[in-house]
Ligand binder design. Sequence first.
Ligand code: UDX
Length: 478
Amino acid sequence: FSPASDGDGRKSRRRVLMFPLPFQGHITPMLQLADVLRSHGEFDVTIFQAAVNEPDRARHPAAAAGYRFVTVGAGVAAALAETFPNRGANSDFAGMILRMNELLRAPFEDILREVLAEDAAGDDAPAAACLVVDSNLRWMQEVAERLGVPTLSLRTGGAACLVAYMTIPELCDKGVLPLQSRDPLQLDMPLTELPPLRLRDVLFSATTTHDTMATCLERIIESSRRSSGVIVNTFDDLENSDLQKIANGLGVPAYAVGPLHKISAGMESSSLLAQDRSCLEWLDKQETESVLYVSFGSLASMDPEELLETAWGLANSKTPFLWVIRPNLVHGSLQQVSCLLPDGFEEATRGRGTVISWAPQQDVLRHRAVGGFWTHSGWNSTLESICDGVPMICRPQFADQMINARYVQEVWEVGFELEGKLERGMIERAVTKLLREEEGREMRQKAKDLKNKAAVCIEEGGSTRNTINMLVNLIMSF
Ligand code: UDX
C-alpha cells in the first residue's frame, strides 16, 4: 500500500473499497457512508456489489465522480439468487448469509487481486487504503486479510444489537441457549445479562437452527474483532453505553458515525424499488401530525390474513394513513396492491388513506403531517423515525428487529410493541393510542428530544462529526 503522503509531505488521495451485503437495509447505509467519506475530499470509492439485488448504477448521482462499481460473482448469479429469501419473514436469513459468503468468496478474491494489481501498476487511480466490509461478510474480510488489505467492519444495525450478539456465547455456556421449548413463559424470560431484552428478543428467526444462528453471529463478532474498527450507524447520545461495551468487549474502536442519512446525499439512488413521490403531495394536504405511516421495510412479510386484519384495523381507526404494500409483502405474492385489499376497504377509507408500493421514506418521516410510524423495526427505519421525532408502533419479525423494538419501548420510550396474533381490534387501539392519546403524545415528545440530540451530534464539533474526522484520519493512516 502506498503511504498516506506524497513526496512533498502533502496528503495524497486514497481509495476506499466497500462491500455491502446485497439487501436494501445494508446497501443504503454503506452508500451513505461512501458519500460521507467522499465529501471529506480525500477519497475515491470502489463499491463491490454482489451480482444480485444490484442498485441501478446509472441512477447514482456520483457515478462519474470518483466512484467505481464492480460486480462480484457474475458467474454464480443464479446460485446467489437462489439463496434469496422466498419465504418472507419465515426465511432462514442466517443460513442465507452463510451461503452467500461461500458463493462470493472465490470471485471476490479474483477481483480484489485485479484491483490491487491495478494499484501496483501505478495507473492514475489512487491506491486502496482499506476495505469497509459489511459485518455479515466475514469471508470477504478474510480474503482482504490474506491479501494484506486493512479492514473496517460496518454494522448496519444498532450498537445494542451487536452487544446482544456478543453475549450469545455466554448464554450458550449458561445453558440458556439453545432454546429448550417455545413455551411463552420461557420466551418471555428476562435476560439478566442484557436488560431489557427477553430470551425471545435474541432468537434471530424461528426457522433458523441454533447451530446456524450461532455460526452466523460468531462470524459477525469475528468480523468486528478482527477489524481495525467497527463503524456503527448510530449516535453517541442514543447508544453511548452500548458503544462503550463494544469497544471494551471487542478491543477495537467503535465509530458512531450516524445518523448517516442526515449527513449524506438522499437515498433515492440506492433504492432498489422506484419511490412513489406522489404521496408527498397527498401528505401536504393533511393536518400536522395526523397521519400514520405504515411500512415494513424491504424483507419483512405477512400472510393474507394479516393483511386483511391490517386493512380493517387501519380502516376502523378512522385515522389518516399512508401504507406501503411492496410487491412481495404478502408471502409469495407479486400481485398488484389493489388485488390484495379486501372488498369495501377503498370505500371505507376514501380520502383518508393512501396505499403505495414504495415510499420516499425519509421524506415521508420528515413531513410535518406524519404523527406516527407503524414499522417492522428494521434499524434504518428505527433510526430514521427517531431522527425525525416520529413515535412508533413496532411489529418486529426477525434478526435485530426484536432488539430494536425492545429499546424503542423500554429504553428510549418512543413507541411500543404490538405483540401477539395480529387482529383488527388491537390495531385500532394501538393507532388511537399513538396518535390521539396522552401516552402517544409523551412518546412523540421523547422522540422529538432525541431528534434534537441527533441534530446536535451532526453539527460541527458534535460527536458524530468528531468521530468521522477520527475515522478519516485512521483511513489516511493505513
Ligand atoms: C434489513 C433488516 O430487516 C433489518 O432488521 C436490519 O436492521 C437491516 O436489514 P430492512 O428490512 O430493509 O433491513 O429494514 P430497514 O433497516 O428499516 O431498511 C429499510 C430501508 O428502506 C430504510 O432506509 C427505508 O427508508 C427504506 N424504505 C423503506 C423506503 O425507502 N421506502 C419504503 O417504502 C420502505
